[in-house]
Design a protein. Structure first.
Length: 94
């Protein structure tokens, strides 16, 4: 969602300290939302689940979960094992 002109004008009026406080607040919100996403995904996954994700080259990889950790899962895609953030996984239908 792009920023409205009103928001841009308001942000331009902030001094450095206010911008740093706003940044700290926003980073906290982002981390909290990502943690909720990770927990939600973790509850829906189990060892052997078929999942997909986008690799570093932008290619879709599909594999099976072999280990679930706090924020990551190890996914076996055949000839490689990837350590993937839970939020980057998409559960595939079996």
């Amino acid at each position: 969602m792009p920023l409205s002109q009103h928001h841009r004008n308001t942000l331009n009026k902030l001094d450095l300290q206010e911008m740093l406080e706003l940044n700290k607040h926003l980073v906290g919100l982002i981390k909290a939302k990502r943690a909720v996403q990770a927990k939600r995904m973790k509850r829906s996954l189990f060892i052997g689940s078929k999942v997909s994700f986008e690799d570093n080259d932008g290619q879709k990889q599909t594999g099976q979960i072999i280990k679930i950790m706090r924020k990551y899962a190890k996914v076996d895609v055949g000839h490689f094992t990837w350590r993937v953030p839970l939020t980057a996984l998409t559960k595939e239908v079996a």
